[in-house]
Design a protein around this ligand. Structure first.
Ligand code: IMP
Length: 434
């Protein structure tokens, strides 16, 4: 059987999954996104042209590849239409190549408002969400009052009843609110017409493709440390960004996943609140932010920046069974006199080397660093592993040891072409297959 690969984030998101998925797509017949929503922002540069994708898998930039949005994704139809229109404007036609799960839940217009309200209520303990209505849409799903794409396309009387019930539940949450269900229903009816042509049975499509030995890539959004179960709860997103989400979010069995590629930046960033043990607050943070252009692709927010945290990536490797890492943005570290890798945390109760469940453990914790020499010769644009400066190779080797997983890909710039596939790595073996 051809190897189907999952590509997912090993840190707090924004690792550069979009670039990696786009790069690998020519080896696959379909790319399937399994969770999250338009909170994600996947930036891809092709010959200098910038594409930002939120819901549609980054494979869409390759003609002939089917792009799938699974049941685990929450869909704001307006955001989806906007993305499709934007792609069309840039010469990318999605028709006949986009498949949306009939079981995916819809983000309703007031989910965004509930998201903002919930953040305001939390005050100082706010999550720092993208305010796209993601959390409230998943809340409705788990609360069994959500509205799915198949409900939007189905019987009108049943949809009217579902919307009425959902709006009623919302009015109970928001003080003195008397939102009318009818305009919400009318809008969904309009959306239905445009959605209809894209909707189908994703699980069936994937089972057929896999049986016929057509390769599938499973695309994650956000990342392991933002996973609702395994992330830095409550400072997480509301879905399973880690490997388990592939099965639940697409309706594929675990056996369908033949390999796992974890994407990690050569340093660490995070947007929103919550712990970031290696966070820097000095001019070095500014330097990483400016050189790496660390501003949110969805919200434009500046990202918090810090050194590479091997505790985090080792944890991700365990949770996801990562076979190889795609290490991105190595070039951002070019020219630094020294580079650091965090291998543990010094806490009030002693040193730890495993990521803790109770975030209070990290209060006041100091990272334990391995410090290595930096490199003067730029890695930017280098495409062969042995052409990397010695010190950069040493950094990668130490990072692999500390993370307990090898690098299969090293990215040395934002363009597709600025990439190294490491000789004899799992990635090279996967792609030698066909
Ligand atoms: P939400 O997903 O909008 O509810 O936000 C929850 C947390 O996940 C916040 O800290 C967001 O900044 C973070 N988050 C959501 N999507 C992304 C992403 O695509 N990249 C990085 N962080 C994200």
């Amino acid at each position: 059987m051809a190897t189907n690969i999952a590509v997912l984030g090993a840190q707090w998101g924004d690792e550069g999954k979009g670039k990696i998925v786009d790069l690998l797509t020519p080896h696959f017949s379909a790319v399937a996104r399994y969770q999250g929503g338009h909170n994600a922002g996947h930036t891809v540069y092709v010959n200098g042209t910038k594409f930002v994708l939120h819901l549609i898998p980054s494979g869409i930039l390759h003609p002939g590849v089917t792009c799938i949005i699974g049941n685990g994704v929450v869909i704001d139809p307006q955001a989806l239409f906007k993305e499709v229109d934007e792609l069309a404007r840039m010469g990318v036609d999605v028709d006949g190549r986009l498949l949306v799960s009939e079981k995916a839940h819809v983000i309703l217009p007031y989910h965004r408002e509930l998201d903002v309200l919930s953040e305001a209520r939390r005050g100082e303990r706010k999550i720092g969400t993208t305010s796209r209505g993601i959390g409230p849409a998943y809340e409705d799903k788990i609360g069994r009052r959500g509205i799915r794409i198949c409900d939007v396309l189905g019987d009108r009387a049943a949809l009217a009843e579902d919307v009425r019930e959902n709006v009623h539940a919302r009015n109970q949450i928001i003080k003195d609110s008397t939102l009318d269900w009818k305009p919400v229903f009318d809008q969904l009816v309009v959306y239905a017409e445009r959605l209809r042509g894209w909707v189908g049975d994703v699980s069936l499509f994937l089972a057929t493709a896999i049986r016929q030995d057509r390769r599938v890539m499973f695309e994650g959004a956000q990342a392991t440390l933002l996973d609702i179960d395994h992330g830095t709860y409550p400072f997480v997103t509301s879905s399973n960004a880690s490997i388990g989400g592939v099965c639940t979010g697409l309706g594929v069995p675990p056996r369908a996943i033949g390999g796992v590629l974890g994407v990690a930046k050569a340093y660490t960033t995070r947007v929103g609140e919550g712990p970031l043990p290696t966070e820097l607050s000095d001019s070095l943070a500014d330097r990483l932010r400016e050189t790496g252009q660390e501003y949110g692709a969805s919200t434009g927010r500046p990202r918090r920046c810090g050194w590479y945290d091997a505790v985090v990536v080792r944890y991700s490797a365990r949770i996801n069974g990562i076979d190889a890492l795609a290490l991105t943005k190595l070039d951002v570290l070019d020219g630094l006199p020294e580079v650091k890798i965090c291998t543990g945390y010094r806490t009030a109760n002693g040193d730890i080397t495993e990521f803790p469940a109770d975030l209070r453990t990290l209060d006041g914790a100091q990272p334990i660093y391995d410090t290595l020499p930096g490199w003067d010769t730029p890695t930017k644009g280098v495409t062969r592993y042995d052409a990397l400066p010695r010190a950069a190779q040493r950094y990668i080797r130490r990072l692999e040891e500390a993370s307990g997983v090898e690098c299969g890909i090293v990215s040395t710039g934002s363009d597709r072409s600025e990439t190294i596939v490491k000789p004899s790595s799992a990635v090279e073996r996967w792609f030698a297959e066909r």
